[in-house]
Write a protein that binds this ligand. Structure first.
Ligand SMILES: [Mn+2]
Length: 352
């Protein structure tokens, strides 16, 4: 499953023996929750959110010099450069669940080293270590579309947030109060880095989920209001998307294409996931124009092999794309866009 007893004891020992830790975490709910679990256990240190590309390179050494930590914890970050580890000059403890990497001079904990298919969110692993703040661990896991084995315990403690009947992570994510909490964790990270860190700092002190959801305290209210501000933009985008989609559904095609003008905040991932969840039989393309190219994000149900359809549709056109079986990214020259859509539609009909 997750970390072994020995690994848990080792990490706990590292947490117990530091005074000024610096934490690096990924800017999604799993990363934020991993950071919160560790911080709330030690009650010391400083968090650094790693935005966009989850990679720590030499540029981040500046953060180390500024803060002068006695230890560095890295959670839910896929790539850490060897140069960073070498030059940090303090012990580095790295807990992750992405594809394992070979590094030296770092204490690296990733269950996929022993078993490549053992993909368990970082917040689950961090919770194994600290064994507290179940609600935060639960939010982190659901944020990564993972139903943890402590789910029943969570449901008994917080029946209002999640009913025991729900076993499917996307249902928990999109149609429950717990899902709203996950969205709060996701959206407070979306604005400027300074704002994101301010919210993260407040979250280290929040006592429970209802302090935020029911705005029970000034700090809970602050988080909720900040979330609402970001969520308003998302909701209007979702509204626009739903209208477009309802129009397109009359064509009886399984392909839904959404062109949108990029806003300050990028919601592409959140939007495509939610649209696929609400339209489970359709293939979703979200596209925006940038410098003469159509940049897109694609999602599909389980019966479609996206990389295959994408490669065939792009054949002979100016563009590229690829990714996972049911989630891809692509970039297509604007001149070729209509042709690409026609080809893609044809490839999809061959698969359906
Ligand atoms: Mn993660």
């Amino acid at each position: 499953m997750g970390l072994t007893k020995k690994q848990i004891a080792e990490i706990r020992d590292e947490l117990d023996n530091c005074k000024r830790p610096l934490y690096f975490f990924h800017d999604d709910p799993d990363g934020l929750c991993s950071f919160l679990l560790f911080y709330r256990y030690i009650k010391e240190g400083k968090g650094v959110v790693v935005k966009a590309h989850p990679r720590i390179d030499e540029k981040f050494l500046r953060k180390v010099e500024e803060y002068q930590p006695d230890k560095i914890f890295i959670v839910d970050i896929a790539i850490v450069d060897q140069e960073f580890i070498d030059k940090a000059n303090v012990p580095v403890i790295w807990i992750d669940h992405h594809e394992p990497l070979e590094r030296t001079k770092v204490k690296y904990y990733n269950p996929r080293v022993a078993d490549p298919h053992n993909n368990i969110p970082a917040s689950y692993l961090c919770h194994q270590v600290v064994n507290q703040d179940l609600w935060i661990a639960m939010a982190g896991c659901i944020g990564d579309w993972y139903m943890p084995d402590f789910k029943d315990e969570f449901c008994e403690k917080y029946p209002r947030l999640l009913s025991k009947k729900i076993t499917n992570p996307p249902v928990a994510l999109f149609d429950t109060e717990l899902g709203k909490l996950v969205r709060i964790f996701a959206f407070v990270l979306k604005g400027r880095t300074s704002e994101a860190l301010k919210c993260a700092k407040i979250l280290t002190r929040i006592e429970g989920p209802f302090e935020i959801l029911d705005k029970e305290t000034p700090r809970g209210r602050y988080i909720y209001r900040y979330f609402e501000k970001i969520n308003k933009e998302y909701e209007s985008l979702l509204n626009f998307a739903n209208k477009e989609i309802n129009k397109q559904k009359q064509k009886k095609s399984r392909l839904l294409v959404l062109n949108y003008v990029a806003a300050k905040i990028s919601f592409t991932g959140d939007l495509s996931n939610e649209l696929l969840y609400r339209n489970p039989n359709h293939i979703i393309i979200i596209a925006r124009e940038k410098d003469g190219d159509m940049k897109c994000s694609l999602r599909s149900p389980k019966d479609i092999d996206l990389p295959d359809a994408l490669a065939k549709a792009l054949f002979g056109l100016e563009g590229y794309g690829g990714g996972h079986e049911h989630a891809c990214g692509a970039s297509v020259n604007k001149e070729d866009w209509e042709q690409f859509l026609a080809n893609f539609e044809e490839e999809l009909s061959k698969q359906s």
